[in-house]
Design a protein around this ligand. Structure first.
Ligand code: SAM
Length: 432
Protein backbone atom coordinates (compact mmCIF):
# COMPACT_ATOMS: atom_id res chain seq x y z
CA UNK A 1 0.00 0.00 0.00
CA UNK A 2 1.37 3.41 -1.01
CA UNK A 3 0.65 6.66 0.80
CA UNK A 4 1.68 10.31 0.59
CA UNK A 5 1.29 12.55 3.65
CA UNK A 6 -0.75 9.73 5.21
CA UNK A 7 -3.18 9.64 2.22
CA UNK A 8 -3.67 6.52 0.08
CA UNK A 9 -2.14 6.57 -3.43
CA UNK A 10 -2.25 3.08 -4.92
CA UNK A 11 -5.91 2.97 -5.93
CA UNK A 12 -7.89 5.49 -7.99
CA UNK A 13 -10.87 7.28 -6.48
CA UNK A 14 -14.04 6.66 -8.53
CA UNK A 15 -15.46 9.58 -10.56
CA UNK A 16 -18.00 11.31 -8.32
CA UNK A 17 -19.97 14.30 -9.56
CA UNK A 18 -21.19 16.98 -7.11
CA UNK A 19 -23.71 19.47 -8.43
CA UNK A 20 -23.13 21.69 -5.40
CA UNK A 21 -19.64 22.75 -6.53
CA UNK A 22 -20.58 23.84 -10.05
CA UNK A 23 -20.33 27.59 -10.81
CA UNK A 24 -23.97 28.07 -11.88
CA UNK A 25 -25.23 26.36 -8.71
CA UNK A 26 -22.86 28.29 -6.45
CA UNK A 27 -23.56 31.71 -7.94
CA UNK A 28 -27.37 31.18 -7.93
CA UNK A 29 -27.26 29.94 -4.36
CA UNK A 30 -25.23 32.97 -3.28
CA UNK A 31 -28.00 35.17 -4.64
CA UNK A 32 -30.57 33.14 -2.71
CA UNK A 33 -28.42 33.70 0.38
CA UNK A 34 -28.49 37.47 -0.18
CA UNK A 35 -25.00 38.53 -1.29
CA UNK A 36 -23.48 39.48 -4.64
CA UNK A 37 -21.98 36.42 -6.37
CA UNK A 38 -19.00 36.39 -8.74
CA UNK A 39 -20.30 37.44 -12.18
CA UNK A 40 -20.20 34.29 -14.31
CA UNK A 41 -21.61 36.05 -17.38
CA UNK A 42 -18.05 37.40 -17.79
CA UNK A 43 -14.72 35.51 -17.79
CA UNK A 44 -13.90 34.05 -14.36
CA UNK A 45 -11.50 31.61 -12.71
CA UNK A 46 -12.19 28.51 -10.65
CA UNK A 47 -9.95 26.10 -8.72
CA UNK A 48 -10.70 22.67 -7.25
CA UNK A 49 -8.32 21.48 -4.52
CA UNK A 50 -8.04 17.68 -4.51
CA UNK A 51 -9.82 17.21 -7.85
CA UNK A 52 -9.30 13.42 -8.13
CA UNK A 53 -9.94 12.20 -11.70
CA UNK A 54 -11.44 15.61 -12.55
CA UNK A 55 -15.03 14.76 -13.46
CA UNK A 56 -16.44 17.90 -11.77
CA UNK A 57 -14.00 20.14 -13.63
CA UNK A 58 -14.52 18.41 -16.97
CA UNK A 59 -18.29 18.99 -16.79
CA UNK A 60 -17.76 22.57 -15.57
CA UNK A 61 -15.23 23.44 -18.29
CA UNK A 62 -17.25 21.92 -21.16
CA UNK A 63 -20.49 23.64 -20.13
CA UNK A 64 -19.04 26.98 -18.93
CA UNK A 65 -16.70 28.28 -21.64
CA UNK A 66 -16.28 31.64 -19.86
CA UNK A 67 -14.60 29.95 -16.90
CA UNK A 68 -10.92 29.02 -16.64
CA UNK A 69 -10.67 25.87 -14.54
CA UNK A 70 -7.70 24.57 -12.52
CA UNK A 71 -7.55 21.22 -10.75
CA UNK A 72 -4.89 20.48 -8.13
CA UNK A 73 -4.08 17.01 -6.84
CA UNK A 74 -0.90 15.19 -5.78
CA UNK A 75 -1.96 11.87 -7.25
CA UNK A 76 -0.45 11.62 -10.75
CA UNK A 77 -2.58 8.57 -11.52
CA UNK A 78 -5.75 10.63 -11.00
CA UNK A 79 -4.45 13.51 -13.08
CA UNK A 80 -3.46 11.21 -15.96
CA UNK A 81 -7.16 10.23 -16.31
CA UNK A 82 -8.25 13.87 -16.04
CA UNK A 83 -5.70 15.15 -18.59
CA UNK A 84 -6.47 12.38 -21.10
CA UNK A 85 -10.17 13.20 -20.84
CA UNK A 86 -9.60 16.96 -21.27
CA UNK A 87 -7.46 16.25 -24.36
CA UNK A 88 -9.97 13.88 -25.95
CA UNK A 89 -12.86 16.28 -25.24
CA UNK A 90 -10.79 19.15 -26.68
CA UNK A 91 -11.06 21.51 -23.70
CA UNK A 92 -8.78 24.53 -23.74
CA UNK A 93 -10.08 26.17 -20.54
CA UNK A 94 -8.87 23.54 -18.07
CA UNK A 95 -5.52 22.77 -16.48
CA UNK A 96 -4.46 20.08 -14.02
CA UNK A 97 -1.54 20.74 -11.69
CA UNK A 98 0.22 17.94 -9.87
CA UNK A 99 1.16 19.31 -6.46
CA UNK A 100 0.31 19.00 -2.81
CA UNK A 101 -1.48 22.00 -1.35
CA UNK A 102 1.65 23.33 0.37
CA UNK A 103 3.60 23.38 -2.90
CA UNK A 104 0.71 24.82 -4.86
CA UNK A 105 0.35 27.57 -2.23
CA UNK A 106 4.05 28.41 -2.77
CA UNK A 107 4.16 28.22 -6.58
CA UNK A 108 0.75 29.57 -7.58
CA UNK A 109 0.28 33.07 -8.95
CA UNK A 110 -3.35 32.82 -10.13
CA UNK A 111 -6.29 34.52 -8.43
CA UNK A 112 -9.66 32.78 -8.29
CA UNK A 113 -13.36 33.69 -8.16
CA UNK A 114 -14.10 30.20 -6.83
CA UNK A 115 -12.02 27.83 -4.71
CA UNK A 116 -13.78 24.55 -3.97
CA UNK A 117 -12.81 21.34 -2.22
CA UNK A 118 -14.97 18.27 -1.77
CA UNK A 119 -14.02 15.07 0.04
CA UNK A 120 -10.60 16.28 1.14
CA UNK A 121 -10.52 18.45 4.30
CA UNK A 122 -11.35 15.88 6.98
CA UNK A 123 -9.03 13.29 5.42
CA UNK A 124 -5.76 15.25 5.42
CA UNK A 125 -3.09 16.33 7.90
CA UNK A 126 -3.56 19.65 9.74
CA UNK A 127 -0.59 21.24 7.93
CA UNK A 128 -2.25 20.49 4.56
CA UNK A 129 -5.50 21.98 5.86
CA UNK A 130 -3.47 25.07 6.77
CA UNK A 131 -2.10 25.20 3.20
CA UNK A 132 -5.64 25.08 1.83
CA UNK A 133 -6.59 28.02 4.00
CA UNK A 134 -3.43 29.88 2.96
CA UNK A 135 -4.53 29.45 -0.65
CA UNK A 136 -7.93 30.87 0.21
CA UNK A 137 -6.36 33.76 2.10
CA UNK A 138 -3.89 34.65 -0.65
CA UNK A 139 -5.67 33.78 -3.89
CA UNK A 140 -9.44 34.16 -3.46
CA UNK A 141 -10.64 37.41 -5.04
CA UNK A 142 -12.99 39.82 -3.22
CA UNK A 143 -16.56 38.43 -3.47
CA UNK A 144 -14.89 35.10 -4.33
CA UNK A 145 -16.57 31.93 -3.03
CA UNK A 146 -14.93 29.17 -1.02
CA UNK A 147 -16.79 25.84 -0.87
CA UNK A 148 -15.59 23.37 1.73
CA UNK A 149 -17.00 19.90 2.27
CA UNK A 150 -16.08 17.89 5.35
CA UNK A 151 -17.28 15.15 7.69
CA UNK A 152 -18.64 16.57 10.92
CA UNK A 153 -19.83 15.82 14.44
CA UNK A 154 -22.09 14.44 15.68
CA UNK A 155 -23.28 12.28 12.73
CA UNK A 156 -19.83 11.04 11.68
CA UNK A 157 -18.48 10.59 15.23
CA UNK A 158 -19.61 6.96 15.49
CA UNK A 159 -17.30 6.01 12.59
CA UNK A 160 -14.09 7.19 14.29
CA UNK A 161 -13.28 3.78 15.88
CA UNK A 162 -14.27 1.93 12.68
CA UNK A 163 -11.91 4.09 10.60
CA UNK A 164 -9.18 3.63 13.21
CA UNK A 165 -9.56 -0.14 13.04
CA UNK A 166 -9.54 -0.27 9.22
CA UNK A 167 -6.50 1.99 8.94
CA UNK A 168 -4.60 0.29 11.75
CA UNK A 169 -5.24 -3.15 10.24
CA UNK A 170 -3.99 -1.89 6.86
CA UNK A 171 -0.74 -0.72 8.48
CA UNK A 172 -0.17 -4.26 9.75
CA UNK A 173 -0.73 -5.98 6.43
CA UNK A 174 1.37 -6.27 3.28
CA UNK A 175 -1.45 -6.10 0.70
CA UNK A 176 -2.73 -3.35 -1.57
CA UNK A 177 -5.15 -0.73 -0.24
CA UNK A 178 -8.13 -2.59 -1.72
CA UNK A 179 -6.99 -5.94 -0.31
CA UNK A 180 -6.58 -4.32 3.09
CA UNK A 181 -10.05 -2.81 2.93
CA UNK A 182 -11.43 -6.23 2.02
CA UNK A 183 -9.69 -7.76 5.07
CA UNK A 184 -11.01 -4.93 7.23
CA UNK A 185 -14.58 -5.45 6.01
CA UNK A 186 -14.34 -9.16 6.81
CA UNK A 187 -13.12 -8.37 10.33
CA UNK A 188 -15.89 -5.80 10.85
CA UNK A 189 -18.47 -8.30 9.58
CA UNK A 190 -17.24 -10.89 12.07
CA UNK A 191 -17.34 -8.35 14.90
CA UNK A 192 -20.85 -7.26 13.96
CA UNK A 193 -22.00 -10.89 13.64
CA UNK A 194 -20.61 -11.65 17.11
CA UNK A 195 -22.62 -8.77 18.62
CA UNK A 196 -19.88 -6.16 19.11
CA UNK A 197 -22.26 -3.36 18.09
CA UNK A 198 -25.38 -4.71 19.73
CA UNK A 199 -25.77 -1.57 21.85
CA UNK A 200 -25.11 0.69 18.82
CA UNK A 201 -27.72 -0.27 16.19
CA UNK A 202 -26.96 2.76 13.96
CA UNK A 203 -23.28 1.83 13.87
CA UNK A 204 -24.17 -1.78 13.13
CA UNK A 205 -26.34 -0.61 10.19
CA UNK A 206 -23.53 1.63 8.91
CA UNK A 207 -21.02 -1.23 9.11
CA UNK A 208 -23.42 -3.50 7.21
CA UNK A 209 -23.75 -0.84 4.49
CA UNK A 210 -19.98 -0.53 3.90
CA UNK A 211 -19.40 -3.50 1.51
CA UNK A 212 -21.89 -2.00 -0.98
CA UNK A 213 -19.74 1.11 -1.38
CA UNK A 214 -16.86 -0.52 -3.24
CA UNK A 215 -13.28 -1.07 -2.11
CA UNK A 216 -11.72 1.82 -4.11
CA UNK A 217 -14.10 4.35 -2.54
CA UNK A 218 -13.62 2.86 0.92
CA UNK A 219 -9.82 2.89 0.62
CA UNK A 220 -9.95 6.68 0.07
CA UNK A 221 -12.59 7.13 2.71
CA UNK A 222 -10.87 5.21 5.50
CA UNK A 223 -7.21 4.38 4.81
CA UNK A 224 -5.87 7.78 5.72
CA UNK A 225 -3.82 8.50 8.83
CA UNK A 226 -5.76 11.75 9.42
CA UNK A 227 -9.47 10.93 9.28
CA UNK A 228 -11.08 13.51 11.55
CA UNK A 229 -14.73 14.62 11.56
CA UNK A 230 -14.84 18.30 12.57
CA UNK A 231 -17.08 20.57 14.63
CA UNK A 232 -18.45 23.13 12.17
CA UNK A 233 -17.80 25.91 14.64
CA UNK A 234 -14.05 25.06 14.65
CA UNK A 235 -13.92 25.03 10.85
CA UNK A 236 -15.73 28.37 10.71
CA UNK A 237 -13.22 29.87 13.13
CA UNK A 238 -10.30 28.73 10.94
CA UNK A 239 -12.03 30.00 7.79
CA UNK A 240 -12.60 33.39 9.45
CA UNK A 241 -8.86 33.58 10.14
CA UNK A 242 -8.34 33.07 6.39
CA UNK A 243 -10.54 36.13 5.78
CA UNK A 244 -13.76 34.50 4.58
CA UNK A 245 -17.28 34.79 6.01
CA UNK A 246 -19.71 31.89 6.34
CA UNK A 247 -22.75 32.44 4.09
CA UNK A 248 -24.66 29.18 4.49
CA UNK A 249 -24.70 25.69 3.07
CA UNK A 250 -24.29 24.78 -0.59
CA UNK A 251 -26.89 22.10 0.21
CA UNK A 252 -30.17 23.96 -0.25
CA UNK A 253 -32.08 21.72 2.17
CA UNK A 254 -29.74 22.60 5.04
CA UNK A 255 -30.49 26.31 4.53
CA UNK A 256 -34.24 25.74 4.86
CA UNK A 257 -34.29 25.70 8.66
CA UNK A 258 -38.08 25.55 8.76
CA UNK A 259 -37.92 22.13 7.06
CA UNK A 260 -34.54 20.66 7.94
CA UNK A 261 -34.86 21.16 11.70
CA UNK A 262 -37.53 18.93 13.26
CA UNK A 263 -40.56 20.97 14.40
CA UNK A 264 -40.27 20.22 18.12
CA UNK A 265 -36.70 21.62 18.07
CA UNK A 266 -37.65 24.86 16.31
CA UNK A 267 -38.54 26.77 19.53
CA UNK A 268 -35.17 25.80 21.05
CA UNK A 269 -33.35 27.05 17.96
CA UNK A 270 -35.42 30.24 17.88
CA UNK A 271 -34.27 31.08 21.41
CA UNK A 272 -30.58 31.08 20.42
CA UNK A 273 -29.05 34.22 18.93
CA UNK A 274 -25.30 33.46 18.72
CA UNK A 275 -24.58 32.26 15.14
CA UNK A 276 -21.87 29.85 16.35
CA UNK A 277 -24.14 28.27 18.98
CA UNK A 278 -27.04 28.12 16.48
CA UNK A 279 -24.88 26.26 13.95
CA UNK A 280 -23.74 23.78 16.62
CA UNK A 281 -27.33 23.23 17.73
CA UNK A 282 -28.40 22.66 14.11
CA UNK A 283 -25.68 20.01 13.68
CA UNK A 284 -26.95 18.30 16.84
CA UNK A 285 -30.62 18.61 15.84
CA UNK A 286 -29.98 17.05 12.44
CA UNK A 287 -27.32 14.59 13.60
CA UNK A 288 -25.35 16.12 10.72
CA UNK A 289 -22.60 13.86 9.36
CA UNK A 290 -21.21 16.01 6.55
CA UNK A 291 -21.33 19.67 5.63
CA UNK A 292 -21.05 21.61 2.41
CA UNK A 293 -20.11 25.05 3.70
CA UNK A 294 -20.06 28.15 1.56
CA UNK A 295 -17.85 31.10 2.52
CA UNK A 296 -17.22 34.39 0.78
CA UNK A 297 -14.44 36.97 0.87
CA UNK A 298 -15.72 40.48 1.59
CA UNK A 299 -19.38 39.65 0.92
CA UNK A 300 -21.53 42.53 -0.31
CA UNK A 301 -24.95 42.15 1.35
CA UNK A 302 -27.96 42.94 -0.81
CA UNK A 303 -30.80 45.15 0.43
CA UNK A 304 -34.23 43.44 0.47
CA UNK A 305 -35.09 45.07 -2.86
CA UNK A 306 -31.76 44.19 -4.52
CA UNK A 307 -32.06 40.64 -3.16
CA UNK A 308 -35.46 40.17 -4.78
CA UNK A 309 -34.17 41.68 -8.04
CA UNK A 310 -31.24 39.25 -8.14
CA UNK A 311 -33.37 36.21 -7.36
CA UNK A 312 -36.10 37.39 -9.77
CA UNK A 313 -33.57 37.26 -12.59
CA UNK A 314 -32.63 33.59 -12.02
CA UNK A 315 -34.21 31.30 -14.63
CA UNK A 316 -35.02 27.68 -13.85
CA UNK A 317 -35.73 24.55 -15.82
CA UNK A 318 -36.93 21.07 -14.93
CA UNK A 319 -34.35 18.30 -14.97
CA UNK A 320 -34.98 15.01 -16.79
CA UNK A 321 -35.90 13.03 -13.65
CA UNK A 322 -38.58 15.48 -12.49
CA UNK A 323 -42.28 14.62 -12.35
CA UNK A 324 -44.46 16.88 -14.53
CA UNK A 325 -47.14 17.53 -11.90
CA UNK A 326 -48.50 16.28 -8.58
CA UNK A 327 -47.34 16.21 -4.99
CA UNK A 328 -43.61 15.61 -4.45
CA UNK A 329 -42.17 13.16 -1.96
CA UNK A 330 -38.86 14.25 -0.43
CA UNK A 331 -36.84 11.60 1.41
CA UNK A 332 -34.78 13.94 3.61
CA UNK A 333 -32.08 13.15 6.17
CA UNK A 334 -34.60 13.94 8.94
CA UNK A 335 -37.40 11.85 7.45
CA UNK A 336 -40.04 11.97 4.69
CA UNK A 337 -41.53 15.33 3.72
CA UNK A 338 -44.59 15.48 1.49
CA UNK A 339 -44.55 18.52 -0.82
CA UNK A 340 -48.26 19.42 -1.22
CA UNK A 341 -49.88 19.04 -4.62
CA UNK A 342 -51.45 22.53 -4.54
CA UNK A 343 -47.98 24.07 -4.33
CA UNK A 344 -45.82 21.72 -6.37
CA UNK A 345 -48.20 20.81 -9.18
CA UNK A 346 -48.51 24.36 -10.59
CA UNK A 347 -44.77 24.87 -10.22
CA UNK A 348 -43.89 21.61 -11.99
CA UNK A 349 -46.45 22.22 -14.73
CA UNK A 350 -45.16 25.73 -15.40
CA UNK A 351 -41.55 24.53 -15.60
CA UNK A 352 -42.52 21.51 -17.70
CA UNK A 353 -44.01 23.91 -20.27
CA UNK A 354 -40.84 26.03 -20.51
CA UNK A 355 -37.98 27.42 -18.40
CA UNK A 356 -39.14 30.36 -16.30
CA UNK A 357 -37.63 33.09 -14.18
CA UNK A 358 -38.30 33.44 -10.48
CA UNK A 359 -40.14 36.69 -11.34
CA UNK A 360 -42.34 34.78 -13.81
CA UNK A 361 -43.08 31.97 -11.35
CA UNK A 362 -44.11 34.53 -8.74
CA UNK A 363 -47.11 35.27 -10.95
CA UNK A 364 -48.54 31.78 -10.34
CA UNK A 365 -51.61 32.02 -8.06
CA UNK A 366 -50.11 29.40 -5.71
CA UNK A 367 -47.35 31.86 -4.82
CA UNK A 368 -49.34 35.10 -4.75
CA UNK A 369 -47.85 37.21 -1.97
CA UNK A 370 -45.46 34.48 -0.90
CA UNK A 371 -41.97 34.92 -2.23
CA UNK A 372 -40.68 32.79 0.66
CA UNK A 373 -42.87 29.83 -0.27
CA UNK A 374 -41.70 29.94 -3.90
CA UNK A 375 -38.07 30.26 -2.84
CA UNK A 376 -38.41 27.29 -0.49
CA UNK A 377 -40.26 25.15 -3.05
CA UNK A 378 -37.69 25.82 -5.79
CA UNK A 379 -34.79 25.10 -3.45
CA UNK A 380 -36.41 21.79 -2.47
CA UNK A 381 -36.74 20.89 -6.17
CA UNK A 382 -33.09 21.87 -6.69
CA UNK A 383 -32.03 19.78 -3.71
CA UNK A 384 -33.98 16.78 -5.01
CA UNK A 385 -32.42 17.13 -8.48
CA UNK A 386 -35.75 18.07 -10.14
CA UNK A 387 -35.04 21.72 -11.02
CA UNK A 388 -31.91 23.76 -11.69
CA UNK A 389 -30.97 27.38 -12.42
CA UNK A 390 -30.00 28.04 -16.04
CA UNK A 391 -26.60 29.39 -17.04
CA UNK A 392 -26.83 32.83 -18.66
CA UNK A 393 -25.98 32.93 -22.38
CA UNK A 394 -25.79 30.33 -25.13
CA UNK A 395 -22.98 27.87 -25.77
CA UNK A 396 -21.29 29.22 -28.89
CA UNK A 397 -19.43 25.97 -29.49
CA UNK A 398 -21.45 22.83 -28.58
CA UNK A 399 -18.70 20.43 -29.74
CA UNK A 400 -16.87 19.97 -26.42
CA UNK A 401 -20.17 19.08 -24.72
CA UNK A 402 -20.86 16.48 -27.43
CA UNK A 403 -17.42 14.94 -26.90
CA UNK A 404 -17.85 15.08 -23.09
CA UNK A 405 -21.07 13.07 -23.48
CA UNK A 406 -19.26 10.49 -25.64
CA UNK A 407 -16.48 10.26 -23.04
CA UNK A 408 -19.05 9.74 -20.25
CA UNK A 409 -20.62 6.87 -22.23
CA UNK A 410 -17.18 5.31 -22.87
CA UNK A 411 -16.40 5.50 -19.14
CA UNK A 412 -19.80 3.96 -18.34
CA UNK A 413 -20.64 6.75 -15.89
CA UNK A 414 -24.30 6.99 -14.96
CA UNK A 415 -24.25 10.74 -15.60
CA UNK A 416 -26.30 12.95 -17.89
CA UNK A 417 -24.91 16.37 -18.91
CA UNK A 418 -27.38 19.26 -18.70
CA UNK A 419 -25.44 21.81 -20.70
CA UNK A 420 -27.77 24.81 -20.39
CA UNK A 421 -27.48 24.55 -16.59
CA UNK A 422 -23.72 23.97 -16.61
CA UNK A 423 -24.16 20.71 -14.71
CA UNK A 424 -24.87 16.99 -14.87
CA UNK A 425 -27.29 14.71 -13.04
CA UNK A 426 -27.13 11.17 -11.74
CA UNK A 427 -30.04 8.90 -12.40
CA UNK A 428 -30.56 7.87 -8.79
CA UNK A 429 -33.64 6.18 -7.34
CA UNK A 430 -34.21 8.43 -4.31
CA UNK A 431 -32.02 10.87 -2.45
CA UNK A 432 -31.14 10.20 1.17
C1 SAM B 1 -11.68 11.57 -1.98
S1 SAM B 1 -10.84 12.32 -3.31
C2 SAM B 1 -12.00 13.59 -3.80
C3 SAM B 1 -11.99 13.87 -5.28
C4 SAM B 1 -13.04 14.90 -5.73
N1 SAM B 1 -12.83 16.18 -5.09
C5 SAM B 1 -14.42 14.39 -5.44
O1 SAM B 1 -15.07 14.91 -4.54
O2 SAM B 1 -14.87 13.46 -6.11
C6 SAM B 1 -9.58 13.28 -2.50
C7 SAM B 1 -8.49 13.76 -3.43
O3 SAM B 1 -7.61 14.66 -2.73
C8 SAM B 1 -6.28 14.38 -3.11
N2 SAM B 1 -5.40 14.84 -2.02
C9 SAM B 1 -5.41 14.40 -0.72
N3 SAM B 1 -4.50 15.08 0.00
C10 SAM B 1 -3.90 15.96 -0.85
C11 SAM B 1 -2.88 16.94 -0.68
N4 SAM B 1 -2.30 17.14 0.49
N5 SAM B 1 -2.50 17.67 -1.77
C12 SAM B 1 -3.10 17.45 -2.98
N6 SAM B 1 -4.07 16.54 -3.19
C13 SAM B 1 -4.47 15.81 -2.13
C14 SAM B 1 -6.26 12.87 -3.32
O4 SAM B 1 -5.21 12.46 -4.16
C15 SAM B 1 -7.64 12.64 -3.95
O5 SAM B 1 -7.57 12.72 -5.35
Amino acid sequence: MKKEAGYVLDVSYPAHFHKEIQPVWLSSLTHFLGTVAPDISKPYSYCELGCGVGINLLVAAATNPLGQFVGVDFNERHLAVARDAARSIGLDNIRFIQADFARFAQDNNLFFDFIVSHGVWSWIAPNHQQSMLQLVQKFLKPKGLFYLHYMCHPGATQMIPVQKLLNELAHHRAGTAEQNIQAGLELLGRLDGAGAFVDQPRLSASVQGLPGKGTAYLAHDFLTDYWRPQHSVDVHRLAAQAGVTYLGSADTFDNLEGLSIPGNLQPVLASITSPAVRETVKDLARNQHQRRDLFQRAPERLSAQQHLQQVDAIRFRLLPEAPRSGAVHFATPIGAIQGPEEIFSPLLQALAARPASFAGLRQLPAFANSVGLLSQSLQMLMWRGYAHPLRQGQLTNPEPVGRLKEWIVQQQLNLQVVEDCGTATYQLPDKM
